[in-house]
Write a protein that binds this ligand. Structure first.
Ligand code: SAH
Length: 253
């Protein structure tokens, strides 16, 4: 199956629906999605829409009936089965709202399997809105043609994250303290540690001394540097995810 089918046209709206899709099914679309299709996209009867359900894959559907506030789509054919998602987690301390939303959007676009917000000592934010993060990631997945949504873990304390860390998953620890040392080559870490991985990114204030020591003493931890400059947390998260995807993920097809 080609990545970009010739039909429907690329401009067909693409939506995530939280119900299993199957050929021949009729779906009633309401609320914000209906408003978008009826009033923003102004879809006529018979117009194509692409749908994905994070379960089976992506389908072509068509507008079967339109009301003022809702519409019915008939699911026609399977375009693609659900993608295989590279086994990579992004664990990141929450930062200010707009920057964390940006980070979540980019994480989805770059292909992470799981996003774990991590509570650390120097957190400026100790609550997050899971619903908002999920909405951001759904929008990103719709736009970037993912057929799978990243899982979003609840906000997890760093000590709990380390305590419950699954065996066999490398924890690539983005350690800002390495920036002047020239050690902690990311490429070397990727070469020497194949298999399931996660990257851990700290908050604006970085990790405390005690946290740094705790992470380093964890058996799964592999300290990595992201170069000689101190990056903002969201830049660090995006850079590390891109490095992993290019080296171990699905960027080479
Ligand atoms: N305020 C801290 C910097 C925090 S940057 C200080 O001045 O030291 C936020 C997070 O991004 C860090 O905790 C780390 O996980 C990551 N990061 C930023 N720059 C990095 C670098 N050059 N190498 C590795 N990680 C980096």
């Amino acid at each position: 199956m080609p990545a970009t089918p010739a039909w429907p046209p690329r401009s067909a709206p693409r939506l995530f629906v939280d119900q299993p899709l199957a050929q021949g099914a009729d779906l009633r679309i309401e609320g914000g999605q209906a408003h978008y299709l009826i009033n923003v996209m102004r879809l006529a009867d018979g117009a194509p829409v692409k749908l994905f359900d994070d379960r089976s894959g992506e389908y072509l559907a068509r507008v079967a009936a339109r009301g003022k506030r809702d519409l019915v789509l008939t699911v026609e054919s399977l375009l693609r089965t659900r993608e295989a998602v590279p086994d990579f987690w992004l664990c990141a301390a929450p930062i200010k709202r707009a920057r964390f939303d940006f980070l979540a959007e980019k994480a989805c676009e770059l292909g992470v399997a799981r996003f774990v917000p991590v509570l650390t000592e120097r957190a400026v934010v100790d609550k997050i809105k899971d619903n908002r993060l999920r909405a951001t990631m759904i929008e990103a997945a719709e736009q970037c043609e993912r057929t799978a949504l990243p899982e979003i873990a609840p906000l997890t304390r760093l000590d709990v994250l380390l305590r419950d860390w699954p065996e066999g998953r490398h924890l690539l620890f983005a350690d800002e303290r390495l920036h002047e040392s020239g050690s902690g080559s990311f490429r070397k870490a990727l070469r020497e540690h194949p298999g399931p991985a996660a990257v851990l990114i700290g908050p604006e204030g970085g990790f405390s001394d005690a946290e740094n020591a705790d992470i380093r003493s964890h058996p799964a931890a592999v300290p990595v540097s992201l170069g000689p400059r101190i990056l903002r947390a969201e830049t660090a998260a995006i850079a590390a995810t891109a490095l992993w995807m290019a080296g171990r993920g699905d960027w080479d097809g």
